[in-house]
Design a protein around this ligand. Structure first.
Ligand code: SAM
Length: 292
């Protein structure tokens, strides 16, 4: 029976050699996936001198080969953690990122505050992908009503799976987040308390460096369109203007470096308290603006 600690040591070296940014954590996560346990338990078993069964070692080897080829860890485990929820993910849907947890947090704080004043605040997640933000809001603000919009049928199918598993009350719709106030969300025009979005925003020609992103996240989830990558975000802001009630809040993620461009989208009358919030690493990544 192969020795677990030696398998993990070899796996770390192999992933490190392939340029994987977090080889130790990924090796432990893949071993945990194969052994149907937690990474912490894998470490404990390795420290005890436990082995791994031959079949499990073969499965681990297969997963390592794919991770070394830079298939995203979350596609291999089929799971992505996001705040209080664990999402099912795979090919065809954007893997939720830690920085978006800050975006969701601003929306959740606002919805929690609204929930103290009114019965059931309404939150809309535009460009929902796996449903990460909408589902975190639904779980963390139990009295909130939550609607979510996704245009890509494949991503929408992943979101539908997650909604069914985590919070079936989320009202998931297939449609365009641009002009949502007259389209897919026309029935919610003018009555929404919080619009939150992590839209695509990468400018054309800026290919992401990491193969996990460039080769595995859907292009529709990455590139925002227009010269500056802000065509979809611009449409999201226009939708938010039509969806939010007076005093409602817009929270939208953008790229580092797009802060001034994003703030300009809410530069006209109709918005107040415009600010940019930093992500967990101190980079300006979130546009926040309140409807007049
Ligand atoms: C960057 S991903 C974010 C997904 C999810 N909100 C998250 O943070 O993990 C952007 C998502 O927006 C979707 N999308 C792109 N253009 C859209 C549009 N016009 N209307 C609705 N969804 C759109 C993409 O398919 C993708 O799922």
């Amino acid at each position: 029976m192969p020795d677990l600690s030696r398998l993990l040591r070899d796996a770390r070296a192999r992933l490190s050699g392939a340029g994987v940014p977090s080889p130790a954590a990924d090796a432990a996560a893949l071993a945990a996936h194969v052994l149907r346990t937690t990474p912490g338990d894998v470490t404990a078993r390795a420290a005890r001198g436990d082995g791994m069964g031959d079949e499990q070692a073969a499965a681990f080897e297969e997963l390592l080969a794919q991770r070394a080829a830079r298939v995203p860890l979350q596609h291999l485990t089929g799971r992505a953690a996001f705040r209080t929820v664990e999402l099912q993910v795979g090919p065809g849907v954007f893997v939720p990122r830690p920085e978006t947890e800050v975006v969701a947090g601003v929306a959740i704080d606002e919805a929690s505050e609204a929930a103290r004043r009114q019965a059931a605040p309404l939150v809309v997640d535009l460009c929902t992908g796996s449903g990460a933000v909408a589902l975190a809001v639904a779980v963390e603000v139990p009295t909130a009503r939550v609607a979510a919009v996704e245009v890509d049928p494949m991503a929408h199918a992943w979101a539908a799976r997650n909604v069914a598993a985590i919070a079936p009350r989320v009202d998931l719709r297939l449609g365009d987040a641009v002009h949502a106030e007259t389209g897919v969300l026309a029935d919610l025009a003018g009555v929404v308390d919080v619009v939150v979005a992590n839209p695509p925003y990468i400018p054309p020609g800026s290919r992401p460096v990491d193969p996990e992103v460039a080769d595995h996240d859907p292009p529709l989830a990455l590139y925002g369109g227009g010269d500056d990558g802000l065509a979809v975000p611009r449409g999201v802001v226009a939708s938010a203007a039509g969806l939010l009630r007076p005093g409602g809040l817009l929270v939208m993620e953008h790229a580092d470096g797009q802060g001034p461009g994003a703030r300009a989208l809410v530069g006209g009358s109709g918005w107040r308290d415009v600010r940019t919030v930093d992500d967990l690493t101190g980079r300006p990544r979130v546009l926040v603006a309140r409807r007049q």
